[in-house]
Design a protein. Structure first.
Length: 95
């Protein structure tokens, strides 16, 4: 499947925003623009590498979750343990 960056972001914008808000919540709402930018960069790099994305919806969701957690860790390293618990809960619910 050939994807271009614009259509990937456009087609999955709501899913990406939902995943980011799910991790950041109101408590870290100010970080949402940073997370969105990093997710866009990760998607751009993946598409630019020539590697295929077999399941775009799942890939965008996972990149959004893991990127949001990484940004939170950088900004609040003492909360890293709580972030790991949250990621486990998210993975468990989505399984």
């Amino acid at each position: 499947m050939t994807l271009d960056f614009e259509s990937l972001v456009r087609d999955h914008a709501r899913l990406m925003a939902s995943a980011i808000r799910r991790v950041c919540g109101r408590r870290h709402e100010a970080l949402i623009p940073d997370v969105e930018q990093e997710v866009h960069l990760a998607l751009w790099k993946r598409l630019g590498s020539g590697k295929t994305i077999d399941h775009p919806r799942s890939y965008v969701y996972k990149v959004a979750l893991t990127t949001a957690l990484a940004v939170l860790r950088r900004h609040q390293p003492e909360e890293a343990v709580e972030d790991e618990r949250l990621m486990h809960e998210i993975d468990t619910r989505d399984a």
